[in-house]
Design a protein around this ligand. Sequence first.
Ligand code: ADP
Ligand code: MG
Length: 272
Amino acid sequence: SSEPQTMQEARILAVANQKGGVGKTTTAINLATALAACGEKVLIIDLDPQANATTGLGLEHDEKRQTVYEVLHASCEVDDVVLPTRVPGLDVLPSSVELSGAELELVNLPQRDRRLADALGRSQRDWSYILIDCPPALGLLTVNGLVAAHAVVVPLQAEFYALEGLSHLLRTVERVRQTLNPDLELQGVVLTMYDSRNNLCNMVADDVRAFLGGRVYETVIPRNVRVSEAPSHGKPVLLYDLRCAGSQAYLHLAREVLRREGRALPDAALAS
Ligand code: ADP
Ligand code: MG
């Protein structure tokens, strides 16, 4: 006999910033891993043709593998394309270089802004969190990510012009909210690759906090060599070196994200 299950809808977080190299993929992989370590069931969607999240999670290159590209074209369903990773509780919807064509191809498809949202709506799986690793642009792929999401996590590198880029991104989020996805929120902004000995870094961080106040996470992700080494081993840094400063920072970030989500906190997993 099967009892009726109360299925909680997955919370969908888009990890977005139109600038490349600011720590989107690193944050998506390691926040997803930290959430999985807390007992959440997590899916990471690689929405970048560079497929760095796919390879960073240890998936070998495979030309025959179906990816988010087929899902966006609705020739495959999410549930048929998703693969497990070596992190317990973490699955991945992989990407491939093919996806670089999607930006143009989607223009001519119906519901071009909500292809990903619709595909996720057809999934029967019960992830509690879905993280979307967006590409470094504000084109149709990122818009699909923002339309599918409940909230946006913005990784920000504290450097010159960071605030200009952030304002641009926030205007895009606002535009999506007003037109395509009225429920979209800013989950928070996380300072990445932070170097507290660097004065510019500290000044920009102060400016960002003055501008956004409590929307900036207390947790900052330090620049840490273990974080940058981990992807070449096909592992999240939490599997590569749990004790390094980068891993600990991502565990703290997960705790902050969960606190903002207002969901029950898991017990021992995050004790620090
Ligand atoms: P994006 O997805 O925004 O393009 P990535 O997450 O790929 O950015 O990060 C860009 C580069 O910086 C990668 O080589 C990554 O390993 C490195 N990196 C990211 N975060 C850190 C960190 N906290 N410390 C050191 N290197 C980092
Ligand atoms: Mg990336």
